[in-house]
Design a protein around this ligand. Structure first.
Ligand SMILES: NC(=O)c1ccc[n+]([C@@H]2O[C@H](COP(=O)([O-])OP(=O)(O)OC[C@H]3O[C@@H](n4cnc5c(N)ncnc54)[C@H](O)[C@@H]3O)[C@@H](O)[C@H]2O)c1
Length: 312
């Protein structure tokens, strides 16, 4: 299969490309290599995937068209997005343009070229402060609290509408706090490991009781491929979580245990945009995608630390 991965120079995209290459698919990536974090990291990620590279911004529709026409994909994994929740509060317009207009451009050009198979990366943040746990795909989405979440919910709805109008086979996947080697430097685990390893204080927002359903990145990538392989006409949505939500306090203890060092904690007030908890109901993903997250948190943190250190 010829698979185009948008956002393929990023964290989850580059792991997904690794998984596609390992099974022999022909791959390309489309990415704008923006400076949300060091573009040199993205260029290194992209080069290591062995995929054909299209440096293009999804907001630039002719550039999207040119990439699609040049590569002629059988399927598109749309993982590109501005992905920082807190940054979306500061610059919501950029998030709307990259994530909503960008998704619309991609859908329109896919339809124009006759590409009918797509997977869309959504997020647990569409559940917001959902009062019920675990979060199920059938829950009402009435509690979102960040512009980022707005863009992901809009992206899902554009996908659903385009699937219906144009007979696409399209699956949206709600990722839950993905972590692992190459992860974005703005994520808590990146910051905590770096600070604890070097004896610097960590900024801990809130009282440590917020919880997250952390998902190791190879589990997420396996879920993406499972969704790709099972595409059939119509629109579907699945949670891809880790199945073991833990509190922020437990996350810090786990990192301390793996590194064999104590954290110096700098307590700060809870941040706007941060939800109380996430927890994926995986019933649907297990049944339809045979999704089975395999890497427990402590093992995943160990692998991340091995990748990100020389410990000092
Ligand atoms: N990491 C997580 O915990 C998590 C959780 C839920 C959802 N997601 C979603 O998964 C996807 C991948 O996230 P990630 O953590 O790998 O982030 P990432 O920032 O490492 O990867 C996103 C990539 O998209 C590219 N990109 C952004 N805007 C673009 C544009 N306008 N045109 C072309 N390329 C553009 C970036 O340069 C980057 O390489 C995103 O859609 C994100 O919203 C991630």
């Amino acid at each position: 299969m010829k698979v185009l991965v948008t956002g393929g120079a990023g964290f989850i995209g580059s792991h997904t490309l690794d998984a596609l290459r390992a099974r022999g698919d022909t791959t390309a990536l489309l990415d704008d290599f923006n400076d949300f974090y060091d573009p040199a990291v993205k260029h290194r990620n992209a080069a290591a995937t062995g995929a054909q590279i299209f440096a293009a911004d999804l907001r630039d529709r002719p550039a999207v068209r040119a990439a699609l026409q040049a590569f002629q994909p059988d399927a598109i994994l749309h993982l590109a997005a501005r992905a920082g929740i807190r940054a979306s509060l500061e610059n919501p317009r950029l998030y709307v343009e990259a994530n909503i207009t960008g998704t619309l451009n991609l859908l329109e050009e896919a339809v124009a070229l006759g590409v009918t198979r797509l997977v869309f990366a959504s997020s647990s943040s569409v559940y917001g402060n959902n009062p019920k746990v675990p979060f199920a795909e059938t829950d009402a989405l009435e509690s979102i609290i960040s512009p980022y979440a707005v863009t992901k919910l809009a992206g899902e709805n554009l996908c659903r509408i385009y699937a219906g109008l144009h007979g696409l086979s399209l699956t949206a996947l709600r990722f839950f706090t993905v972590y692992g080697p190459r992860q974005r430097p703005d994520l808590a685990i990146s910051k905590f490991v770096k600070a604890i390893a070097t004896g610097r204080p960590i900024d801990l927002y809130g009282d440590g009781s917020t919880s997250r359903d952390y998902t190791y990145v190879t589990d997420t990538a396996a879920g993406v491929l499972a969704a790709l392989d099972r595409l059939t006409p119509g629109y579907r949505v699945y949670n891809l979580g880790g199945d073991h939500p833990v509190t922020l306090a437990t996350l810090v203890e786990t990192i301390e245990r793996v590194l064999g060092k104590r954290a110096v904690i700098n307590r700060l007030p809870a941040q706007p945009g941060d939800v109380e908890r996430t927890w994926a109901d995986l019933t649907r993903a297990r049944a339809d995608l045979a999704y089975a997250p395999a890497v427990p948190l402590e093992e995943g943190i160990r692998r991340y630390c091995e990748w990100s250190q020389p410990l000092s």
